[in-house]
Design a protein around this ligand. Structure first.
Ligand code: SAM
Length: 226
């Protein structure tokens, strides 16, 4: 992995939590094809959510949390940006959902084998070393459970794609610190941690040209039944 560095033409990226605190008030309203495609990818994923205990990492403003909460038994949603969490808490008020301010690079505040499904959407581009996330997901998920990831596609990253937003007041384009990850890093990271690979998805916008790089990569792992 390597940080997506700024060039002379691009401003220096902002610290991740600070950037999302600034973005939080507008995250749901800005035009954002990546956010919208991700929502649709998750809603088509073959996840066993009914009666499930779900952990969501990097829940943001709760765009996906609300959908998970309507299907699962319980959702624990983590994010380290207080601003994003404040929006999520307003959006998702179901009794079966708990939000926790937490940096997923630290040990997760969950018991071993306490989740049936873990999901992480558009979060790992901000995490430099993935091994810890895979290890924590393996620890948290029960045998036969699922780990679903959906991230900006590595081809998009190579083309300069990176989380960014335009500050509506100043008009400034703010780049959020991000790290390049390859498809093999995602896949082999999960396998090395002990998961079984079940599916890889490469997703384009509905009207994208056939030769356009995919916008998103999804990976579905399963925890082995021992
Ligand atoms: C692009 S948003 C995605 C939010 C949501 N998953 C979605 O799909 O709309 C990325 C989120 O990941 C969170 N995040 C990034 N790095 C994190 C970390 N190390 N620990 C916890 N949250 C993190 C950010 O605060 C932000 O809310």
């Amino acid at each position: 992995m390597s940080e997506i560095a700024s060039t002379g033409a691009r401003p220096a990226p902002l610290d991740v939590a600070q950037a999302y605190d600034r973005w939080a008030a507008h995250y749901d309203d800005n035009e954002n094809a990546t956010r919208d495609l991700d929502a649709s990818v998750l809603r088509r994923a073959p996840l066993s959510l009914e009666g499930a205990d779900v952990i969501e990492v990097g829940c943001g403003t709760g765009k996906n949390t609300v959908w998970l909460a309507k299907r699962a038994r319980h959702v624990l949603a983590m994010d380290f940006s207080p601003g994003m969490l404040a929006s999520a808490r307003k959006r998702v008020t179901f009794a079966n959902t708990r939000f926790v301010q937490h940096d997923i690079r630290d040990r997760w505040p969950v018991e071993e084998g306490s989740a049936d499904v873990v999901i992480g959407n558009l979060v790992l581009e901000h995490v430099e070393v993935l091994d810890h996330v895979f290890a924590e997901a393996v620890r948290a998920i029960r045998p036969g459970g699922q780990f679903f990831l959906c991230e900006l596609h590595p081809f998009k990253q190579l083309g300069g794609g990176q989380a960014r937003f335009t500050d509506p007041v100043s008009g400034e384009v703010v780049l959020v610190q991000a790290f390049r990850h390859s498809t093999s890093e995602y896949v082999n990271g999960g396998i090395a941690a002990g998961f079984i690979l079940r599916n890889i998805g490469e997703w384009r916008d509905a009207h994208a040209a056939e030769d356009a790089p995919p916008r998103l990569l999804s990976v579905l792992f399963e925890s082995p039944v021992t």
